[in-house]
Ligand binder design. Structure first.
Ligand code: HEM
Length: 123
């Protein structure tokens, strides 16, 4: 299951890079957008189940709580990115807001992944 998680993470990373450099508002842009959220959710489910079984429950130490807070913020920003993106298809004044949410999302995803790595280092 570790390989599935790393594979999905690699795909998400490529998709996020493409969201910023490839043509915006296209069917590919929108499909990638939804897939980023779906793949992220699959990673969270695999990790939660796997670590719960391995350790007999989640370990609520500071690195995990910080990782969780960055993750929750990222999912909230993802929801806002999708909503503003959907509105931006018809209402061009929403494009700037969508871009801002997307940049914040990128930042919090990086923080969530970085603190995910920290969990291992601190234990
Ligand atoms: C999943 C639903 C999404 C929809 C429906 C959507 C739709 C759109 C639309 C319509 C535009 C404007 C295109 C134009 O210039 O006319 C746009 C721009 C953009 N999108 Fe998305 N998008 C989605 C997800 C995402 C995600 C997940 C990201 C990045 C993480 C992203 C990053 C961007 C960026 C950076 C721009 C350019 C904004 C700017 O010019 O300031 N989008 N998107």
């Amino acid at each position: 299951m570790r390989y599935a998680v790393f594979g999905l993470l690699a795909v998400i990373t490529i998709f996020i890079i493409l969201q910023f450099i490839d043509k915006k508002g296209t069917r590919a842009h929108i499909t990638r957008g939804y897939l980023i959220g779906i793949f992220s959710l699959i990673i969270v489910i695999i990790n939660t189940v796997e670590f719960s079984i391995k350790r007999g429950g989640l370990v609520w130490d500071s690195p995990f709580i910080i990782h969780l807070l960055f993750g929750i913020t990222a999912f909230s920003l993802f929801t806002m990115t999708v909503i503003t993106g959907s509105v931006a298809r018809k209402e061009k004044s929403m494009v700037e807001d969508h871009g801002n949410k997307a940049r914040l999302l990128r930042g919090f995803l990086i923080l969530a992944v970085a603190t995910g790595v920290l969990i291992r280092l601190f234990r």
